[in-house]
Ligand binder design. Structure first.
Ligand code: SF4
Ligand code: SF4
Length: 175
């Protein structure tokens, strides 16, 4: 066959020894490596029966915090949405009405607040940008789904449940 260029090189040009032609030493060497791994500590877990402990700095699903009286901290300023590099946050602001002081801490609140978890990269910049300590990333995992719409989290899934308050102080400490 005629070569198209003269750039081709022969990578290996050595005569195999008798032992190399037998293949047995290479097979035994491979088996020894496999057996040595059997004796080592396993790197894998029997998930979901056994679950790995998350690092204290793990950032998962967001929470929109309430104050001690149960009023939502968020004032719909939009700084988190501006800071978000993935453009995952959208919101609609509304004016607080008379008698709603117990529901919303500030005069303006987020009537609609949505995070698209498929866009989110869990960088935590929304948390850093928030001047009202209203949004935090927690150690909760975003649940899987076959429906893309399930990943758009609204206030029903983001606002803190007063009966199951989320402790976000663990991640705020310096380790
Ligand atoms: S964690 Fe990052 S990517 Fe996710 S919503 Fe916040 S700022 Fe956007
Ligand atoms: S979560 Fe914080 S930064 Fe985002 S709109 Fe609410 S108050 Fe503003």
């Amino acid at each position: 066959m005629k070569a198209l260029t003269n750039r081709s090189k022969i990578a290996v040009d050595k005569e195999y020894t008798f032992m190399e032609r037998l293949y047995f030493p290479a097979i035994i060497k491979g088996m020894m490596i496999t057996i040595s791994h059997l004796l080592k500590k396993k790197a894998t877990l029997r998930y979901p029966e056994v679950q790995k402990e998350f690092a204290p700095v793990y950032r998962g699903k967001h929470v929109l915090k309430r104050d001690e009286k149960g009023a939502e901290n968020c004032t719909a300023c939009g700084l988190c949405a501006v800071a978000c590099p993935a453009e995952a946050i959208t919101m609609t602001a509304a004016e607080r009405k008379k008698g709603e002081e117990g529901k919303y801490r500030e005069e303006k609140y987020a009537e609609v607040y949505e995070i698209n978890m498929l866009r989110c990269i869990f960088c935590g910049l929304c948390e850093e940008a928030c001047p009202k300590e209203a949004i935090f990333l927690t150690d909760e995992i975003v649940k899987t789904s076959y429906d893309r719409q399930d990943f758009v989290y609204g206030k029903d899934r983001l606002v803190e449940d007063m009966n199951k308050r989320i402790d976000i102080t663990k991640r705020q400490k310096k380790y």
